[in-house]
Design a protein around this ligand. Sequence first.
Ligand code: AMP
Length: 571
Amino acid sequence: FVLLCPEFWGDVAEDFFWKTKYTGKFLDYNFDVTKETFLIFTNLGKLNLLNIFVETVNNYCCLMRVIFLGVVLDREGNEPGDEKTVTYRELLQQVCKFANVLKSQGVKKGDRVSIYMPMVVELVVAMLACARIGAVHAIVVPWNPEVDLCWHSLIGGASEECEPVWCDSEDPLFILYTSGSTGKPKGVLHTVSGYMLYTAATFKLVFDYHSDDVYWCTADIGWITGHSYITYGPLANGATSVLFEGLPTYPDVSRMWEIVDKYHVSKFYTAPTAIRLLMKYGSEPVQKYNRTSLKILGTVGEPINPEAWQWYYSVVGEKRCPVVDTFWQTETGGHVMTPLPAATPMKPGSATFPFFGVVPAILNESGEELEGPSEGYLVFKQPWPGVMRTVYGNHERFETTYFKKFPGFYVTGDGCRRDKDGYYWITGRIDDMLNVSGHLLSTAEVESALVEHEAVAEAAVVGRPHPVKGESLYCFVTLNDGINYNQKLEVELKKQVREKIGAIATPDYIQNAPGLPKTRSGKIMRRVLRKIACNEQDLGDVSTLADSSVIEQLFENRYFYDCKKKQMLIT
Ligand code: AMP
């Protein structure tokens, strides 16, 4: 076992209230599944997460601004102007009330509580109420009338006082099902102390948080980004946040920038998919608002193609706001590879370097560690406090998924390239890699070449079995507003990819895709696109798909352009 950075994490822990402080070893692990004791462990003492809010009420009296838009429980509040402000004190009162409701329903420490709610402040309250009494929350998709209970019928007369239940460092905090962009969702389990320290520290340093900041993360709370960087990280720092439920394009495509100006947002965090969506409409809707409050722009969720990065940096941030491209996963709990704003020289499209205490490596297929400029599997050599502890109810799946392929390393499942300056570039999920005539191509690389064309807003590339090449390239492209798909454009796109990457990457098929299948967190579900490319109707588990109407449309639009016969075949 190795002792890891106890001084650094010990200092971070000093900012919080511990009922009983830790003694002895701080962080222990063994990543080698072939050895007997396989574990990850953070020993910090007894903590209740909610104590941080008591402290915050006393010390800072920060506000949490909340705007409700789009669909709320009763389907009202769809219009701009429907807004609400919640103070930390009110938040704490509501949390206690709901914690009492949970207790009255017989919920105890260690019980699992499923929450099914839209992006409303009550969702944050429900999560924190679980933390208050040591219950484990899990945010889920379908509502089950047999067992689920409605908020309004429960909250009425509940008391505003509720003593916290003290938890051990390693007690579970929540279970979150991964996005399922690559297969059946896994219940990722995070624990109380390590997760809190990690989200608090990354939030503070990566967004360079100061007490006068107004922070806005556009993610859905049902995704890990909403857990770590809407709920726990910002609240642990006493931050003032904007919570937004609604469409970035409603009532018009300037909506995001209108909100930035209205609340003087200084730190803004979103996903490449949202950036590409807004980019489609050009810079004019952005420039309608002045955005002078903005200081740092963040991105998360997928590799950001340099084209979108440049637009974000130049148009949205007017070249004065550092862009933090944060690479992380549900499993990692918080940012693991990221620039630190103004301290790390940026390269568009690179998540740059590891966060403190994170030790990455790049391995080849035989598990050998590569030095210097190289490309291969991204792995981590040691844990950090916020890393997941297990797959809920299936520890074997945890070992098999993350540790079996390369014993001694945590395997991210992502491909990665390290350049001559030591910068890391995430190339996408290894399962999505394309193997064309023995050449491995990353989806990010081909998609980026397509998106560089002025007609293309977004692209997704998958492999389609080919008798000679092994795999052929099947590309789905979403075009910019007002552009029509035609054969001339198709020829141009093929030429563009060939010139940027090489003949081996020339697309075999290009399909016009007005919409792409995405998870609720905005990730493209390439495994679904692979099925569409092969005209297979059985799509597997699509429970995490955000909008299923896209699928129908893609099947309808599907066509093959047969190069030899020079004709379109509608299937
Ligand atoms: P999830 O657990 O659903 O948040 O998905 C995690 C996956 O999203 C990672 O394994 C990456 O494939 C991808 N991802 C997240 N952030 C980034 C980023 N900044 N750059 C590249 N890929 C990212």
